[in-house]
Design a binder for this molecule. Structure first.
Ligand code: MCA
Ligand code: AMP
Length: 507
C-alpha cells in the first residue's frame, strides 16, 4: 500500500490524455508523466534513499519538478519543497532542521549552495527547467518502472515549513492520508472532471499551488496549462481554452486592473477559486460585475490543507470562506477558557479532520500547544459563523503578515534587525498594499549614541531574507507604543504609518 502514489500516480499509467500543456506549446500526457515519475524514483533509489528520508528541493517550476514530487511518493521519501526566493541563510536552517539526506537545487545555485549541503551532510544534486541538471540527466537512463515503497496512510509524505511566531520556522508533517483525503474532497466539492483545464500560474512550493492544484488535478485526471509564473498576458491569452483558475487575491485584483478581462475572455471558464489571503468583498463584487462569475473563496493552511469552502452550487458569499468541507469540523473557541463559543461570536478557529497534519517536526512542545489531544488544531485565525453556517475570518491572533499570498512572520525580521548593535528593539507591521494586500514596514528604536543607518538595515535584510520579506520602509522611532501589559501596540504603529502616508499624499 502507498496511498498517495496508488491514488494519484499509478492509475495514470496508460492514460494517454494530456496532463500538462506547456509554455513552449508542447504537451505531456499522463502516461509520459508517470513514466518520468518512475525514472526519477529509480534515480532516488540508486542514490541510496530510503522511505522516510527527507528530500529538500529548491527548484523552478517544471514538469520534472512535479515528477520529483511523484517519485518521492513512490519511494516513500518525504518531499520538502522550498520557496525559490529563499537565501542561502534561510535554506541552511531548513536543510539542517529537517536532516535532509538529499538537497536538490537549481543548477545556477549549485556553487553557492554547496557549502550549505556540505555543512549539513546532505547530498547536493541539481534539477533545472528544460531537462538541465544532474537529476534529469541521471533519470534519463533509468527504467520508467520502479518499485513502489510500502507505506501506511499515517506515514509522512511531505514536510512543509511555516514560519513560527517565535521566529523559528516549524516543519508541518503531512501524511499520505492528509493529502489524499483533502484532494479527493476538493475534487468532488468543486466538481473537477477529466474535461477540466486548470490555469496553473501559482508557485509549486506551497500548499495552494502543489497540493490543492496538482493533487486535485491528478485525482480528477484533468489537464493543466502549466505556466512558469503569473503573467497577466499569458493568463488572459490562455483563458479561453481553460475552465478553472486557482489564485491568490492579487491575481484577481491584477485581472480587474486589466481592461482585457471581460465576459468574452472568461466565457469558457466554469470556476474561479481564491485563497491564501483575504479576498476583499469589493473584489468579489467587481469580478462578478465584469465577468458574470462569482469567485469561490476557500480557507486553508499549510498544517491542514483546505478546511472550508464556499459552495459550488448555491450562494458564494463575498467576505466569507464558506462552510466546513465534508468530514471536517470547525469550532469557534475561547482558547483562554477552553469553551466553544455560540454562533455569531468571534473567537479562535479550531479545526479537526483527516486533513489535519500530525505535528511539527522535532517540536513536541509546539505540537502539544497547537494540536490538542481531541484532534483539534488551533489555527491562530479569528472567525465567526453566520446564521447559515458560513465562516467569516475577521482577523488573526497570530502576528502574521500575508503579502501576495506569502506569509511573513514579523518576529523573524525583528530578530534580524535587533542583531544590529545600534538597534535597541524593533517592531515589524503589515500595512495595506494595493497589489499585494499587505506590505512590510519596520519601526526601529535606535541606541542613544549612534542610530543605525536604515539603508544598512535594508542591505542586511536583502542579504539574509527572501525578497518578499524585505520591508518597504524602515523607520526610526524613539519608543515603541506599549499597552499596560507591556505588549507592543502594533495597531498603533500601523495606523501611524497609514496616517503619515495619507498626509504626505495630501501635502
Ligand atoms: C513578488 N514580490 C513580492 C511578492 N511577489 N513582494 C512581496 N510579496 C509578494 N508576494 C516582489 C518581487 O520580487 C519584485 O521585487 C516586486 O515584488 C514586484 O514583483 P512582480 O513581478 O510584480 O511580482 P510577481 O512575480 O508577479 O509575483 C506576485 C505574485 C506572487 C504573482 C502575487 O507573489 C505569487 O505567485 N504569489 C502566490 C503565493 C502563494 O502561492 N501562496 C500560497 C501559500 P523587485 O522589484 O525587487 O524585483 S499556501 C497558503 O497560503 C495556504 C495553504 C492557502 O490557504 O493557500
Ligand atoms: P500558510 O501558513 O501559508 O498555510 O497560511 C495560512 C493562513 O493564510 C491562514 O491561517 C489564514 O490566516 C490565511 N488564509 C488562507 N486562506 C484565507 C482566506 N481565504 N481568507 C483569509 N485568510 C486566509
Amino acid at each position: 500500500m502507498n496511498p498517495l502514489y496508488d491514488r494519484f500516480f499509478a492509475p495514470h499509467r496508460d492514460n494517454k490524455s494530456v496532463f500538462l500543456k506547456l509554455a513552449d506549446g508542447t504537451a505531456l500526457t499522463y502516461a509520459e508523466f508517470r513514466d518520468r515519475v518512475g525514472q526519477i524514483a529509480n534515480t532516488l533509489l540508486a542514490w541510496g534513499l530510503h522511505p522516510g528520508d527527507r528530500v529538500a528541493v529548491q527548484i523552478e517550476k517544471s514538469p520534472d519538478a512535479l515528477a520529483l514530487y511523484g517519485a518521492c511518493a513512490q519511494t516513500g521519501t518525504v518531499f520538502l519543497p522550498l520557496n525559490t526566493g529563499y537565501t542561502a541563510d534561510e535554506l541552511s536552517y531548513f536543510v539542517k532542521d529537517s536532516g535532509a539526506k538529499l538537497f536538490i537545487c537549481d543548477p545556477a545555485n549549485a556553487e553557492a549552495l554547496d557549502p550549505v549541503a556540505r555543512r549539513h551532510r546532505a547530498k547536493l544534486e541539481t534539477l533545472g527547467v528544460d531537462g538541465a541538471g544532474s537529476l534529469s540527466r541521471a533519470a534519463n537512463s533509468q527504467s520508467p518502472i520502479a518499485p513502489t515503497a510500502e507505506v501506511q496512510g499515517n506515514d509522512l509524505a511531505a514536510l512543509l515549513y511555516t514560519s513560527g511566531t517565535t521566529g523559528r520556522s516549524k516543519g508541518a508533517m503531512l501524511t499520505h492520508d492528509n493529502l489524499v483525503s483533502n484532494a479527493e474532497t476538493l475534487a468532488e466539492y468543486w466538481r473537477f472532471t477529466s474535461d477540466d483545464v486548470l490555469l496553473h500560474a501559482l508557485p509549486i512550493f506551497h500548499t495552494h499551488g502543489l497540493f490543492v492544484a496538482i493533487n486535485v488535478t491528478l485525482a480528477a485526471g484533468s489537464s493543466m496549462i502549466f505556466m512558469p509564473k503569473f503573467d497577466i498576458d499569458v493568463l488572459l491569452a490562455e483563458m479561453p481554452g481553460a475552465s478553472v483558475l486557482m489564485g491568490v487575491p492579487t491575481f484577481y485584483t491584477r485581472l480587474l486592473d486589466d481592461v482585457r478581462l471581460n465576459k468574452d475572455v472568461s466565457a469558457e471558464m466554469r470556476l474561479f477559486i481564491s485563497g491564501s489571503a483575504p479576498l476583499l468583498a469589493e473584489t468579489h463584487i467587481a469580478f462578478q460585475q465584469r465577468t458574470g462569475h462569482r469567485i469561490l473563496e476557500r480557507y486553508g493552511m499549510t498544517e491542514t490543507n483546505m478546511n472550508a469552502s464556499n459552495p459550488y452550487d448555491g450562494d458564494r458569499r463575498a467576505g466569507t470562506v464558506g462552510r466546513p468541507l465534508p468530514g471536517i469540523a470547525i469550532k469557534i473557541m475561547d482558547t483562554d477558557t477552553d469553551t466553544e463559543l455560540p454562533q455569531g461570536e468571534i473567537g479562535q478557529i479550531v479545526v479537526r479532520g483527516p486533513n489535519v497534519f500530525c505535528g511539527y517536526w522535532n517540536m513536541p512542545e509546539k505540537t502539544a500547544e497547537e494540536l490538542w489531544p481531541d484532534g483539534f488544531f488551533i489555527t491562530g485565525d479569528l472567525g465567526q459563523f453566520d446564521e447559515d453556517g458560513y465562516l467569516q475570518i475577521v482577523g488573526r491572533q497570530k502576528d502574521l503578515i500575508i503579502s501576495g499570498g506569502y506569509n511573513i512572520y514579523p518576529k523573524e525580521i525583528e530578530l534580524l534587525l535587533d542583531e544590529n548593535p545600534n538597534v535597541v528593539e524593533s517592531a515589524v507591521v503589515g500595512v495595506p498594499h494595493a497589489d499585494f494586500g499587505e506590505a512590510v514596514v519596520a519601526y526601529v528604536v535606535p541606541t542613544a549614541d549612534s542610530p543605525p543607518d536604515p539603508a544598512l538595515l535594508q542591505e542586511l535584510c536583502r542579504r539574509k531574507l527572501a525578497r518578499f520579506k524585505h520591508p518597504q520602509d524602515i523607520l526610526l522611532i524613539t519608543d515603541l507604543p506599549r499597552n499596560t501589559m507591556g505588549k507592543v501596540q502594533k495597531n498603533v504603529l500601523r495606523d501611524r504609518y497609514i496616517h503619515a502616508k495619507q498626509s504626505s499624499v495630501e501635502a
